[in-house]
Design a protein around this ligand. Structure first.
Ligand code: MG
Length: 306
């Protein structure tokens, strides 16, 4: 491949974000649907989900080895790491958000709202106050393919907040079709949420909405469309340390300036579902793409918790 095969510059501002010799490398393959990457800096390994195969995988950066991290995984989907370094997991099959404690115990953080079971938590992010915000579309109960077929008890696909102190679950966004990936802006004054609702409701904008976080930091107010995906769906995404959004798309990873401009693309041979930053310098973008895990070392660093 020539170097240009890996990147597409759409806005000149994208050119300094990558090194022309930096390759998109396939680190692992053989998954059915790779999702939910999460980086553990202390151990220098990545954990991600293979949803239909009911397992979570582990990539060790120190020697390149790949192994099964957890099986069965309750058809785990999105993963993230909280401020104490604990694994937070969205489980389709378990219909819950779980946390893996330092001793390995897995505890339930949320499995219901107002007495009704959650649909199938998809992706989660941890805010600086210790609260966990997660999306709850129905992909894990639509069929047995990536969870367990069931009828929604809630009857809606919301975004929820788990209070870091009390564990109370509140609905923070109730006007989306299929909320999916999410991340806070660097100052946590805005919350970006992808809506993949076009899979069920034609005409739903396939992109990312941005919500103003209320002054109390516990709810959101006004929202607007942040971007419309230039190819396929925006599913999971992460921010870099300068606030740009690196999001999944049908033809790779798209980089959006916070002003809403599509800056460029990292081209990936398979459709991308989710990404996260890792590596000792936090400048490696790990990419979960259909059957494979890819990585690319960039000229920017990821935001630690956005
Ligand atoms: Mg997702």
């Amino acid at each position: 491949m020539s170097m240009s095969d890996y990147y597409e510059v759409i806005d000149p501002r994208f050119a300094r974000l990558f090194n022309g010799s930096g390759q998109v490398q396939r680190l692992a393959t053989g998954m059915s649907w790779a999702e939910g990457p999460a980086w553990f800096g202390g151990g220098r390994y990545l954990v991600w989900s293979d949803i239909p195969n009911n397992r979570m995988m582990r990539y060790d950066e120190t020697d390149g080895s790949v192994s099964v991290f957890r099986q069965p995984s309750n058809n785990a989907n999105g993963n993230t790491v909280d401020r104490q370094g604990r694994l937070i997991t969205c489980e389709h099959g378990g219909r819950r958000v779980s946390r893996t404690e330092h001793d390995g115990t897995i505890v339930t953080l949320a499995d219901s709202f107002e007495g009704k079971r959650l649909n199938s938590p998809n992706d989660a992010v941890v805010k600086s106050d210790g609260s966990i915000w997660f999306t709850d579309p129905m992909y894990g109960i639509d069929s047995d393919y990536e969870g367990n077929k069931a009828v929604s008890e809630i009857g809606a696909c919301n975004v929820y907040r788990i209070d870091g102190d009390t564990g109370e679950v509140t609905a923070v966004i109730t006007d989306m079709v299929r909320p999916n990936g999410l991340a806070f802006s660097l100052d946590e004054k805005q919350l970006y949420v992808a809506d993949t609702g076009v899979t069920h409701v034609p005409g739903t904008p396939a992109g990312i909405r941005v919500y103003d976080v209320a002054a109390d930091g516990r709810s959101v107010g006004d929202s607007r469309q942040f971007c419309i995906s230039a190819n396929g769906l925006a599913d999971g995404f992460r921010l870099d340390s300068e606030g740009r959004i690196w999001t999944s798309a049908g033809d790779g990873v798209h980089c959006w300036h916070p002003d809403g401009t599509l800056l460029g693309k990292v081209k990936v041979p398979e459709g991308v579902a989710n990404v996260c930053w890792g590596g000792n310098k936090h400048n490696v973008l790990y990419i979960c793409a259909s059957t494979s895990l890819y990585a690319v070392r960039l000229m920017v660093n990821g935001a630690r918790y956005a």
